[in-house]
Ligand binder design. Structure first.
Ligand SMILES: [Mg+2]
Length: 248
């Protein structure tokens, strides 16, 4: 495919920053501080078990319309259901624990070390954008905490748009902003289903950030244009020398 790229858009969580690592560390500490009658390990297992079903439920009303605006109601409900499983007498702690978890998660959130150098190397050469799923308040706090807003010419957040990846409309909103052909747009993201399939279905080029070396699903309707292990892989794809990276 021709690489006449005009704009580069990124996913946020686990593409530019280590979201799940921050989430796990924050959750563990929240469970430890709550003095529950079970170990933090058991509480983490229960939280994951609730996630397996609740993450789907969140995508539907009545939860979804609350979730778009704020991460608080579903985060608290997730913890309440977790406590109901492991320590029902402590279910009343769901609200303060939810606040503590959100606070710690933001505190522990960090950009990947190559994020700012790569964004610096791309700035001025391409339009830069961010397309992130999640509640408006959570995503805005992450962007502010990470100090990356100034890098982007265009920021699209599921909570603010009321629609998220992989919907084609989300990607179309970005390409039409710059009057670009979809094939001149590049998306970089870690989720095969949301990022790669969403971007490819809209006619974009897509790089899959795949740190764990997961295989492309057998039944995938599209292939990524490239698979990268870190953000420097974006520079390789665009033919920009890694030696051009600033070291700040
Ligand atoms: Mg992600």
């Amino acid at each position: 495919m021709s690489k006449d790229i005009q704009a580069v858009y990124f996913d946020l969580d686990d593409t530019l920053c280590a979201y799940w690592a921050a989430s796990r560390k924050a959750l563990r500490q929240t469970f430890e501080e709550a003095h529950l009658p079970v170990s933090a390990d058991d509480a983490m297992d229960a939280w994951r078990a609730v996630f397996a079903t609740f993450s789907e439920e969140v995508r539907r009303d009545p939860w979804y319309r609350h979730y778009l605006e704020s991460g608080e109601p579903t985060r608290t409900e997730h913890l309440r259901r977790t406590l109901e499983r492991i320590a029902p007498d402590h279910a009343h702690k769901a609200e303060p624990m939810s606040r503590r978890y959100a606070e710690l998660r933001l505190q522990y959130l960090e950009l990947f070390p190559d994020a700012k150098p790569v964004l610096d190397a791309l700035r001025g050469k391409y339009r830069l954008g961010l397309i992130t799923n999640g509640p408006a308040d959570v995503q805005r706090s992450e962007i502010e905490t990470l100090g990356i807003e100034g890098y982007f010419d265009h920021i699209l957040i599921e909570g603010e748009m009321q629609i998220g990846k992989p919907a084609k409309e989300v990607f179309e909103k970005a390409s039409s902003k710059w009057n670009c052909e979809p094939s001149q747009m590049l998306f970089v993201g870690n989720s095969f289903d949301h990022d790669v399939l969403g971007a490819k279905s809209a006619g974009w080029q897509a790089l899959w950030m795949n740190k764990e070396g997961a295989p492309v699903p057998d039944d995938a309707p599209f292939q990524p244009d490239g698979i990268i292990q870190d953000l420097c892989g974006v520079l390789d794809y665009l033919g920009i020398e890694r030696s051009s990276l600033s070291t700040r």
